[in-house]
Design a protein around this ligand. Structure first.
Ligand code: HEM
Length: 628
């Protein structure tokens, strides 16, 4: 719908009448918005807000023009106020006496059921996104209109989980914003623990409470653990079901089951994990040695840790380093390829929202991923070839993952893709967790001190250039483990897990989840829900896990950084060894502080939403020799 020259989003106002505008206003381009209140006859523009401080200086926030506040019928005095963070209270004078909040304002139950919000700048964003393929869109629009008519009529079905009203054609795409996990949290606060949105012609179902997560990942696990495969993955499902574990489209295929068994029994069995410890300890010792040469300098924690984690994995897989701490042209090329690969995997792709565009690959993302894959395969293909020949001449037991792959009869194609999946699943996740943990420790001096005390009391003193920390000792330390849990609670690397799919229609919490729907669990929202975590859920408090039974191994649905059920992360045994080891080495061997006397309380904690939730501003820290 258009009002004047601006397109309008129409939102049904639920009760209670606190409407969070952040999903609509958080785009940097949104500079103003208008409200219209419909009721008692005519629709009238009533309120305007402008972003403060846009362009130069000034504090960010939203200014309400009071005289234009929403007023219903003359004399009724319905008003609205937008808070700094985009929350909006509707106030009805009629109701003021009935409900008072802490600030003395009562805002419940506006008599007007429909609120319309316009955000013209958001539309500019959408048009910009659509511009490069506008011609294609025009051609396909008729087709997609036809296709979405049926999706839209399905959406109106009363049995679908509730959710914000979709726009024609593009559905709820503009509602997601850059931080989908946060927008979805707001919608779940408005519509309930199981919601649905339409992204183009695709239906997305989101679970946002422990009960809803348990329904998806436990009660309906057999059916709903099928994988929704994004278009950017450059193989069709038949091929993926032959060579993928992460992106295998279904759990009922024998190859996926064989891969899971190989992980459980050979790659990450308790015995295998124990026998791999020396490889990881050696890599961490090299990291400490590298950092010794940087005393007094500022280093990017994420970059150093990424190298340590990647090369630990490449040693476990191929018995060799792939990157190395000292930069070289090959290492830099490899790093940038991996980062590009991850970036492409998370770029919004129109072909996901309008599958009719799949073959066209309008943004060229799938083609670029394919090129990236081939370049990455070429890094390990020579080693695979050599190893095959060596094993043919002289069969021997398994010394690394590659030997296990070959023992299990995997062909070159399977090894290529599986290795790529392992590198991408196991590197970014562990790295992001350690970077967030260090960020929280810098901000929370008390927690850092407690950890240092624990390390001092429980581990032998450090030697220069030697990590000297035993993995088995580090992963038994209670406070260090509480820090890891608390970090994964507040900053789960997979905020929405990986997307699941309904291979057939099924009923969840009394609603219909139709065949083909994409299903995600908003573990980020669950981890911060005050109904679930009563003690100050957004604060970093590792103590909440001391003496607590709550764990992240898929039994406690309030803490699900690794998921649960059939698709639960098989890398848990590795992650729960490696993260404490690296953290212990960083904290015990060095004193850390922010560069240029920056105040930790002022640190930018923004997140960058993607398959893994990264810190938007990389953590830079200055290191000094440890004072203990
Ligand atoms: C902090 C570290 C990690 C976190 C938070 C994490 C989290 C996750 C999540 C949320 C999923 C998807 C679950 C679902 O679909 O419901 C997943 C899947 C997976 N992860 Fe991890 N992961 C981590 C480390 C690792 C490591 C170290 C590896 C191996 C090297 C690994 C290998 C995998 C694989 C292969 C899958 C796909 C499983 C399947 O689809 O059957 N992960 N992980």
């Amino acid at each position: 719908m258009f009002v004047g020259k601006f397109p309008t989003v129409v939102i049904s106002l639920p009760s209670p009448n606190f409407l969070d505008l952040r999903p609509f206003l958080d785009g940097e381009r949104a500079t103003s918005c208008f409200f219209l209140l419909e009721g008692g006859g005519a629709t009238r523009r009533r309120a305007a807000w402008r972003r403060r401080g846009g362009g130069g200086g000034g504090s960010e926030g939203w200014d309400c023009r009071p005289n234009e506040g929403i007023a219903g019928r003359e004399g009724e005095g319905v008003a609205a106020e937008v808070e700094e963070d985009g929350g909006c209270w509707l106030r009805s004078k009629r109701m003021e006496a009935a409900a008072e909040d802490e600030e003395g304002l009562g805002y419940l139950n506006s008599p007007y059921p429909i609120l319309q919000i316009t955000s013209p700048d958001k539309m500019v964003l959408i048009y910009l996104l659509l511009l490069p393929i506008s011609i294609t869109i025009l051609v396909v629009i008729t087709v997609s209109r036809f296709l979405t008519t049926s999706a839209a009529s399905k959406h109106r079905s009363p049995t679908l989980p509730p959710g914000p009203k979709p726009w024609p054609i593009i559905g709820n795409l503009p509602h997601l914003g850059k931080q989908a996990h946060i927008s979805l949290q707001h919608f779940s606060q408005l519509y309930g623990p199981l919601i649905s949105l339409r992204l183009g012609s695709q239906l997305l179902v989101v679970a946002s409470s422990p009960a809803a997560a348990a329904e998806i990942l436990r009660t309906h696990d057999r059916l709903l653990s099928a994988r929704y495969v994004p278009t950017v993955v450059p193989y069709d499902t038949v091929e993926l079901d032959r060579k993928a574990i992460v992106w295998a489209s279904s759990c009922s295929n024998d190859q996926w089951k064989a891969f899971r068994a190989m992980f459980r029994n050979q790659i990450f069995s308790a015995k295998a994990i124990e026998s791999q410890a020396a490889v990881r300890e050696r890599k961490v010792a090299q990291m400490v040695e590298f950092l010794e040469g940087k005393l007094g300098e500022s280093v990017s924690i994420g970059e150093v840790v990424f190298t340590a984690i990647f090369d630990s994995l490449s040693n476990l897989m191929l018995s060799r380093d792939c990157i190395g701490f000292e930069s070289s042209e090959t290492a830099n090329r490899l790093k940038s390829l991996i980062w590009r690969f991850m970036e492409l995997g998370t770029s919004p792709n129109l072909a996901d929202f309008f599958p009719v565009l799949k073959k066209l690959d309008p943004q060229g993302l799938r083609r670029e991923v394919f090129r990236c894959c081939n370049e990455l395969y070429s890094v390990w293909q020579p080693y695979v070839k050599q190893r095959r020949e060596r094993r043919r001449r002289d069969p021997y037991g398994a010394e690394d993952f590659l030997d296990i792959f070959l023992e299990n009869g995997l062909d070159d194609d399977q090894i290529d893709w599986l290795s790529l999946e392992l590198f991408s699943a196991g590197t970014d996740t562990n790295t992001a967790t350690i970077e967030w943990a260090m960020t929280e420790l810098i901000r929370n001096k008390g927690a850092m001190e407690k950890l240092r005390e624990e390390l001092k009391a429980e581990l032998s003193p450090p030697l220069v250039g030697k990590s000297q920390i035993e993995e088995s000792a580090a992963c038994r330390l209670p406070y260090l483990n509480a820090i890891v849990k608390e970090t994964l609670r507040l900053h789960p690397p997979g905020p929405l897990l990986l997307p699941h799919r309904a291979p057939e229609s099924c009923e969840v919490m009394g609603y219909t989840v139709p065949e083909g729907a994409q299903i995600v669990v908003n573990v980020w929202a669950i981890s911060r829900d005050p109904m679930v975590w009563e003690d100050d859920p957004t604060s970093f408090k590792p103590e909440r896990f001391i003496g607590s039974e709550v764990d992240f191994r898929g039994q406690d649905f309030e803490l699900l950084p690794f998921g649960a059920g059939r698709r639960m992360c098989p890398g848990v045994p590795l992650a729960t060894r490696q993260i404490p080891l690296v953290l212990a080495a960083l904290v015990r061997n060095f004193d850390w502080c922010l560069p240029d006397g920056e105040d930790p309380a002022e640190m930018d904690m923004s997140e960058k939403f993607g398959i893994t939730l990264q810190k938007e501003q990389p953590l830079l820290l200055v290191l000094n020799r440890s004072s203990f």
